[in-house]
Design a protein around this ligand. Structure first.
Ligand SMILES: *Cc1c(COP(=O)(O)O)cnc(C)c1O
Length: 496
């Protein structure tokens, strides 16, 4: 190719790729199509089902594989509606009352939009001083909220699971566990510990550690005396007590382990204390719960998920490590091609220094924008409202005749119907299936003491009193339907 041909070909290719850079009117059309669609989604959200059990429409996506040619935005958005929005759990719905919902703040979506349009680089400070500063500021805010010292560092991960993994790796490195130490290293947990921590241990090469399940009390909280005894016994047996996994809001029932006494034991015994507050962390904003989280400030690492108790759309979980140097040691790296960035900021203060990531989603704005726009007060009020809604539900469902689990410490209520005859587990499984088929609200189930229980988790910012009343009506209706007697009298069940 001579130089004229080369230039000709370059120009031709540039024209073929021109649709990747729409001009202002084309951007406006695209934006309006998407915004019209999302406005319609939000306007109809309250009346839409919280759960659609028919997953078949999702398969339609496979019929529209990426092709050489362009598609039409309206058709693409209709496909998205049918196959994505209209299948499964509508996580943004006020009726999503299962697992741990959050709802997805609209301002966060626009924060993501800012991050994506500007495509600011948030991996290293040299490349994106503002982006990195924003994320450090948010982590500093969370560290202050938790009572962590100035030397603490953290990382805005994609969610609680990766945040937990990051903490486990920091704990492994801080205690210099080597292959030969692993079979003797002991991890202390309970039957309420989130499964992501078990997964994190395995991924971190720690699958062969000894697990010690510590006894819990009637409210599913770790019993500190049992922890102390287990550590003593393990030492006597020649093992190496290493890591305590405490929960500040277990996913199953919202149990908060007694952090202060646990921290006392961990500190006296030289153990790393990790607190999984993925669910409960931001209840630190509520004075009443804050008192019950006392001791969280004494932990070595801590996870809290803004996509749970700050209502963000999925995709943000934070990890904090009290000794920031430990987090930096676990994630250190060296690369010749990055020599300018390292030379310009020798201190380990960039996400790349403190996490497994390098180029990463600039996650800051999805939290920063709503916090600066609204201030903290509405978040606190919303969390307090959810605490009270849960108490209200727990009382009402009990007075409908359901057997209830422990008084909710946070925003999960557990309950089950004990039928006059037959296996309660079978009955309650059928009850959950009936609620899922109905779809107006979505609840989930768990096992407590080997028995099948329903859960109601109130944490979507959109859930208010009418949705809780609806959930109670749906429950009463479905129990009556399953009993075949068409009626549910308050107090008709057992276990009051
Ligand atoms: C949700 C949750 C996790 C996992 O977090 P993801 O953000 O779903 O990855 C870990 N621990 C607890 C207590 C949780 O509630």
């Amino acid at each position: 190719m001579d130089s004229t041909d080369l230039i000709g070909r370059i120009r031709e290719l540039e024209r073929s790729a021109a649709s990747l850079e729409p001009d202002a009117p084309a951007r406006r059309d695209l934006r309006e199509a998407v915004l019209t669609h999302t406005e319609d989604f939000l306007d109809t959200l309250a009346a839409a089902p919280a759960f659609q059990s028919d997953a078949a429409p999702a398969a339609e996506l496979a019929e529209h594989r990426p092709a050489e040619g362009p598609g039409a935005v309206d058709e693409i958005l209709r496909l998205f509606r049918r196959s994505v929005e209209n299948t499964g759990i509508r996580a943004s719905s006020p009726g999503h009352l299962a697992y741990i919902p959050g709802g997805g703040l609209y301002a966060s979506a626009l924060g993501d939009y800012l991050a994506a349009v500007t495509d600011a680089y948030a991996g290293v400070r040299f490349a994106g001083p503002g982006a990195v500063e924003m994320e450090s500021l948010l982590l500093r805010w969370m560290a202050d909220l938790s009572g962590y010292p100035a030397g603490a560092r953290g990382y805005l991960a994609s969610g609680g699971s990766i945040a937990n993994l990051t903490a486990v790796v920091a704990a492994r490195e801080a205690h210099e566990l080597r292959c030969a130490d692993i079979p003797k290293a002991v991890v202390y947990l309970t039957d309420q510990t989130h499964h992501s921590l078990e997964k994190a241990l395995r991924i971190a090469g720690l699958g062969e550690c000894v697990r010690r399940r510590i006894a819990t009390d009637a409210c599913h909280r770790m019993v500190p005396a049992a922890l102390r005894q287990a550590v003593t016994d393990d030492r006597a047996a020649g093992l190496r007590p290493w890591l305590v996994l405490a929960a500040a809001g277990s996913t199953d029932v919202g149990a908060i382990d007694p952090l202060e006494p646990i921290a006392g034991i961990a500190s006296a015994e030289g153990l790393w204390l990790h607190v999984d507050a993925a669910y409960g962390g931001f209840f630190l904003l509520c004075p009443e719960v804050r008192a019950r989280l006392r001791g969280i400030e004494l932990s070595d690492s801590l996870v809290m998920d803004p996509h749970k108790s700050l209502f963000l759309p999925y995709g943000l979980g934070a990890v904090l490590v009290r000794d920031g140097a430990a987090l930096a040691r676990a994630n250190r790296y060296q690369a010749d091609y990055m020599q300018d960035t390292v030379a310009s900021s020798p201190a380990a203060d960039s996400p790349a220094d403190l996490s497994p990531e390098l180029s990463k989603h600039f996650r800051g704005p999805r939290l920063w924008l709503p916090l600066l726009l609204y201030g903290v007060a509405p978040f606190r009020a919303c969390l307090e409202e959810k605490l009270l809604l849960t108490r209200y539900f727990h009382e009402r469902v009990r007075s409908l005749g359901f057997e209830v689990g422990p008084e909710p410490e946070l925003t999960v209520s557990t309950y089950r119907w004990v039928p006059e005859r037959g296996d309660p587990d079978v009955f309650n499984e059928a009850l959950v299936r009936a609620i899922h088929r109905d779809g107006r609200v979505f609840v989930s189930s768990t096992r407590l003491g080997g028995r099948y229980f329903l859960r109601l988790a109130v944490l979507s910012f959109r859930t208010h009193l009418p949705t809780i009343d609806l959930a109670l009506r749906v429950l009463a209706e479905k129990v009556a339907g399953l009993q075949g007697d068409g009626s549910l009298q308050p107090g008709a069940g057992k276990g009051q």
